[in-house]
Design a protein around this ligand. Structure first.
Ligand code: MN
Length: 237
């Protein structure tokens, strides 16, 4: 096989306690999966079917990395999230069988251009530009389910420069991991390498250049990134 130019590099995430890395295929995210966050976003926390959006795989930033302050926003928001790493693919997976498709779990941050999201939402346009920008998917090292099982509870916190801004428990998720996998896999075939961001608790808020932001999930792990200067010279919108 001959390519016109070098193919894109494989994006991967560290696996705790292993020198083998988790190669990323797709990144799926669940919207509004904690009632308190649905309310703070002006939504109805009713148990409607979960809805999904995506981020490009090369949006991944690893623990300890830097996120250049993105263009097109003055309101970059943090969203602390449990991330599920898929190890086995499938289509229309039954809820009872779903956990067998999980390789492991990580702590992640669904970075969001909130002002842009509100503007797009108001016009009925897709969320893509609010969610799927460069460096928008920090993910910490994955802990394998073989090691830690399938945690159903655990404190999830997000701190900015050491000050806690989000503090809840993953047990508060409206849709649990097996239900999310069942719903998602009825819409698309999932495959090894997929990452699922499972939604954020209440307390989302703005980040500034120089901030160190860290998400921790008890029993699973953590992920810290620093917000750096913007790339290039484009002024914010
Ligand atoms: Mn989110």
């Amino acid at each position: 096989m001959r390519y016109l130019f070098p193919p894109p590099p494989v994006v991967s995430v560290a696996v705790a306690g292993s020198d083998a890395r988790f190669p990323v295929r797709r990144i799926f995210c669940v919207g509004r999966n904690y009632a308190a966050h649905a309310r703070e976003m002006g939504g109805d926390p009713e148990r409607e079917p979960p809805f999904f959006f995506t981020k490009p795989r090369d949006a991944v930033v690893e623990d300890g990395g830097e996120v250049p302050y993105p263009p097109l926003t003055r309101e970059l928001h943090h969203e602390a999230e449990l991330v599920v790493a898929i190890g086995r693919g499938g289509f229309a997976i039954a809820e009872e069988a779903a956990l067998a498709h999980v390789f492991g779990y990580a702590a992640g941050i669904d970075l969001t251009r909130r002002d842009l999201q509100q503007a797009l939402r108001g016009k009925g346009r897709p969320w893509d530009w609010a969610k799927g920008f460069d460096h928008s998917a920090p993910v910490g090292a994955i802990r394998s389910a073989a090691e830690i099982g399938h945690p159903e509870r655990g404190r999830i916190t997000l701190a900015v420069d050491g000050e806690i801004r989000q503090d809840q428990d993953i047990a508060d998720m409206i849709w649990r991991v097996p239900e999310i996998i069942a719903h998602l896999s009825r819409a698309v075939r999932i495959a090894p390498g997929d990452l699922l961001f499972t939604g954020t608790p209440a307390g989302v808020g703005p980040l500034a250049i120089g901030d160190r932001v860290e998400v921790r999930i008890a029993g699973i792990g953590s992920c810290a990134v620093r917000i750096g200067a913007p790339e290039g010279t484009i002024a914010p919108a």
